[in-house]
Ligand binder design. Structure first.
Ligand SMILES: Cc1cc2nc3c(=O)[nH]c(=O)nc-3n(C[C@H](O)[C@H](O)[C@H](O)COP(=O)(O)OP(=O)(O)OC[C@H]3O[C@@H](n4cnc5c(N)ncnc54)[C@H](O)[C@@H]3O)c2cc1C
Ligand SMILES: NC(=O)c1ccc[n+]([C@@H]2O[C@H](COP(=O)([O-])OP(=O)(O)OC[C@H]3O[C@@H](n4cnc5c(N)ncnc54)[C@H](O)[C@@H]3O)[C@@H](O)[C@H]2O)c1
Length: 465
């Protein structure tokens, strides 16, 4: 097989991977972009876009059921999952097509889009198994690995004897689960759990750890658990799934270990939401001498360089916080350093996240637990959402705002906004943190009344009252 030489190879056409090859091609480099599945990667096809589209349907069902509280009567509410799925698919395809057209516009003009699976056969050489069966060998001095991750498989006894859904396959259901069992109390378990409860399923979330979202403060986890339980979701903590067995009529029985002993739960569907594993096996990075960590993630330094000069890893495949905005920022770092001769790195970057349950949890910076562990002298501001006029007027009073402030410097160290539009409100604090504003700037600012953002003024006023 003869090799085709490129200046740059990008493996994985994720959200970040779609701009990056274009930038290099426009800079006059000869670029190959390899994708084995769908342009747009997980975020567009199986992650952010489809889930948030379906979360929107679920929220509408929830709001419609609450209509009478607002004096609005809409009749009995039912959810047609097939239409929910079709709407989701239409939006996903629209986003993917727009990404595809930007890439195909440069096809042959500096960019070769190769639809197939890449694996290393030597340090700077890859073999591509194209979807049409053809094989190609390509080389480049610069290689960017952005192959992401995939759902971890459930390994409990009997898992092979029942259909186990993951975050991708659950979005293809046409009929509503009667009782959805979910293993995992993290992002995916919570977003799908609330979504399917609002669609009309009975839902049980099984979490081995003492509380949901173990990385958040206890008060945040506890409030979220309370909210989910109020909506009728069964949340079992300190509960470890042990075994699953099929029953008649497509049902299944899950045996779990709880602090009180063994329990059995009968369900109609099972969603595994226990985390993700990196896409590094098929890539055979060992053939290039690329170092992985014990879990199979590619090891990089703060400039996202692997141990092999000229080979970089970006996005989820390098481990750490797994968000689209992190993957996008990784591309910014590498582009700055290689195309603009800059000196960007991951050091000290502020990574926010939002969990799209309702109300949303927007988080940035240090949690109270982390700040205390670091031995910092902190003050904690907290305000229930029912103290925010806008939340009261719109009937969205669940949750609270919380901010961690350095008592010596008055700088904001972090916040958790569990409330309506929590992700947007958190972003205001994030911007204040980026600008290194003291909390008093928000306390003393004038904000439009009545907005949710106005709650930030009241939040920081609690520190001085
Ligand atoms: C259900 C769900 C909901 C999510 N919601 C959010 C959210 O709301 N907000 C958020 O920020 N993040 C969310 N995420 C996380 C987000 O999707 C990921 O962090 C993001 O997609 C990571 O991007 P990436 O650059 O690592 O590549 P990915 O998006 O993982 O894409 C990697 C691409 O590489 C391709 N590939 C893999 N191996 C090879 C190979 N050997 N050869 C060729 N191609 C290959 C894959 O087919 C894939 O297209 C969600 C994830 C899931 C699963
Ligand atoms: N809104 C968002 O930004 C968003 C939404 C969805 C997913 N994501 C990304 O996708 C990643 C994966 O999400 P996830 O929810 O699968 O992982 P996660 O790491 O967030 O949660 C995994 C959960 O599974 C539990 N668990 C572990 N082993 C278990 C077992 N054997 N049985 C039962 N439970 C078990 C853990 O205690 C934890 O609660 C997230 O880390 C996040 O980065 C982000």
């Amino acid at each position: 097989m003869t090799s085709t030489n490129y200046d740059v190879i990008v493996i994985g056409a994720s959200k970040g991977g779609r701009f990056f090859p274009i930038d290099f091609a426009k800079a006059g480099r000869k670029v190959a972009l390899i994708e084995r599945d769908q342009i747009g990667g997980v975020c567009v096809n199986f992650g952010c876009t489809p889930t948030k589209t379906m979360v929107a349907s679920a929220r509408l069902a929830y709001q419609a059921r609450r209509g009478a509280e607002y004096g609005v009567h809409a009749g009995p509410i039912s959810v047609d999952l097939r239409t929910v799925r079709q709407r989701k698919q239409g939006i996903v395809e629209g986003v993917r097509n727009s990404h595809e057209s930007r890439l195909t516009a440069l096809q042959g003009r500096g960019l070769d889009l190769l639809m197939g699976e890449a694996h290393f056969i030597a340090p700077k050489t890859l073999e591509i198994s194209l979807k049409d069966g053809e094989r190609r060998e390509i080389t480049a001095p610069l290689i960017f690995i952005d192959t992401g991750d995939r759902p971890e498989q459930l390994t409990i006894k009997g898992a092979e004897s029942v259909p186990v859904l993951n975050s991708t396959t659950i979005m293809e259901l046409d009929t509503l689960p009667e009782h959805l069992l979910i293993t995992g109390g993290g992002y995916i378990g919570l977003e799908f759990g609330q979504m399917f409860r609002r669609f009309g399923s009975q839902v049980t979330i099984i979490q081995p750890r003492p509380r949901l979202l173990m990385n958040e403060d206890e008060d945040v986890s506890n409030e979220i658990t309370k909210i989910l339980r109020e909506e009728g979701i069964t949340v079992l903590t300190e509960t470890m799934p042990q075994q699953i067995e099929p029953l008649d009529g497509g049902r299944m029985r899950l045996t779990v270990r709880t602090p009180q002993g063994e329990q059995q739960i009968t369900g109609s569907h099972l969603l595994a939401a226990t985390g993700r594993v990196p896409n590094t096996e098929a890539l055979t990075p060992e053939a290039a001498g690329i170092r992985l960590d014990k879990d199979g993630y590619i090891q990089v330094n703060e400039r996202l360089e692997t141990n092999v000069p000229g080979i970089y890893a970006l996005g989820d495949v390098k481990g750490g916080p797994a968000f689209t905005h992190v993957s996008l920022d990784d591309f910014r770092i590498v582009r700055t350093n290689l195309l603009e001769q800059g000196n960007a790195s991951t050091r000290g970057r502020l990574v926010p996240h939002t969990i799209f349950i309702d109300p949303q949890l927007g988080r940035v910076g240090l949690t109270e637990n982390k700040a205390r562990k670091q031995g910092r002298n902190i003050r904690v501001a907290k305000l229930p959402m029912n103290a925010v006029s806008r939340a009261v007027e719109t009937g969205e009073t669940r949750g609270f705002m919380k901010a961690i402030v350095d008592a010596d410097t008055q700088q904001i160290l972090g916040c958790a906004i569990l409330g309506a539009e929590g992700g947007e409100i958190m972003t205001i604090i994030q911007v204040a943190m980026m600008g290194k504003l003291p909390y008093t700037a928000l306390r003393d600012g004038i904000f439009t009344h009545p907005t949710l953002a106005e709650g930030l003024k009241a939040l920081f006023m609690t520190l001085d009252s």
